[in-house]
Design a protein around this ligand. Structure first.
Ligand code: SF4
Length: 337
């Protein structure tokens, strides 16, 4: 059963008159093509086959994803103006496990007490460091012409907090309607311009080298395209808000960066359109691999950190057994993510 949200922010589902219910929309359109999905195929067609077609996810990753979701939810509350106690209440709600819960493996350090300390440290950092304002809009100011469905996050005064609101919308690419979904983290105003801030929690140390991977990100540019389309504001670029959640993150003697900002990376409007076009062609590529019946392995540098390396290391004839023991099958219904 879903636990009630802390009272600060409400989630409100929206559906267009063309598809007035969730069931009607899901029956008529593919709605879960988003940056995560496209990225899985772009990383390696075989990764796409395992993650998208089979819906596989390594069992031990569930705890890491849950920790990221809990921190995201608390950050969303923080930037909606909630006090620290309410943010922590939301973190606990999304984490969904008590103080005694522990897991094994490389994410064994992630538990409720750990996440609370990370978030309290983050609030201290943000109070000294933040020089921006979250972008807040009124529902009546949004252009919903091409929005098919959404889960808006609405504050007590009725304003829409675009951060963490899920949007399913149509773009036109090559004269075709293309449905693309996204959940931008935090649109912000800074120095008279609008940017997207994206929260990244990571087990790895924060560094410019780590952040560099996002310079040309289809995900960030796609989020900017979504926000720009519904607000008619120019999105000038993106910043990364990095949170280190590796096992040393709450040690007092840790000398590395616990948090870090990178950017802004400046985007031209034509690059936002290009990102949507890229995602359209990655979707076409999925059809191509599906039709040929074979998803080739990329076998490059990305294999080092790939969640499916265990499978690729095995002879093809015995992979099915490992799929059943080491991986969960996840239903990627967009509105549930
Ligand atoms: S381990 Fe390498 S080849 Fe296998 S799915 Fe991952 S990226 Fe592709």
């Amino acid at each position: 059963m879903t636990k009630p949200m802390a009272s600060m922010v409400k989630e409100i589902e929206y559906f267009s008159s063309r598809y007035p219910t969730r069931e009607a929309l899901e029956a008529a359109r593919e709605i879960n093509w988003d940056a995560t999905t496209a990225g899985q195929l772009a990383r390696c067609p075989r990764n796409g086959q395992y993650a998208i077609r089979y819906g596989l996810r390594p069992k031990e990753e569930a705890i890491y994803l849950n920790a990221g979701n809990a921190l995201h939810a608390a950050l969303n509350y923080y930037y909606s103006g909630a006090d620290g106690d309410l943010c922590l209440e939301e973190l606990r709600r999304i984490w969904g496990k008590g103080y005694d819960y522990r897991s094994n493996g490389k994410y064994g350090h992630l538990h409720l007490g750990f996440l609370e300390v990370v978030f309290k440290n983050y609030m201290d950092y943000a109070r000294k460091r933040d020089t921006f304002k979250p972008l807040i809009v009124k529902m009546e100011d949004l252009d919903l012409t091409r929005v098919l469905g959404a889960v808006w996050r609405v504050a007590e005064d009725g304003s829409v907090i675009l951060g963490e609101s899920k949007v399913i919308m149509e773009f036109t690419v090559n004269g075709e309607d293309f449905v693309y979904s996204g959940k931008p983290d935090l649109p912000i105003e800074m120095g008279g311009a609008v940017y997207l801030m994206d929260h990244k929690s990571t087990n790895g140390y924060l560094s410019g080298w780590y952040f560099d991977q996002y310079r040309f990100s289809n995900q960030l540019r796609g989020y900017c395209a979504i926000v720009s389309s519904i607000t008619h504001l120019r999105l000038n670029g993106a910043l990364i808000n990095g949170l280190y959640i590796g096992e040393r993150a709450i040690l007092t003697e840790f000398k590395g960066d616990r948090f870090g900002r990178y950017g802004p990376m400046l985007f031209d409007p034509s690059q936002l359109s290009e990102a949507i076009k890229n995602q359209y062609y990655w979707r076409k590529a999925l059809d191509y691999f599906e039709q040929t019946g074979y998803y080739p392995q990329h076998t490059g540098r990305d294999c080092v950190s790939c969640p499916f390396a265990t499978l690729c290391a095995l002879p093809p004839s015995i992979r099915d057994l490992t799929i059943r023991t080491d991986y969960d099958a996840v239903d990627r219904s967009f509105l549930d993510l």
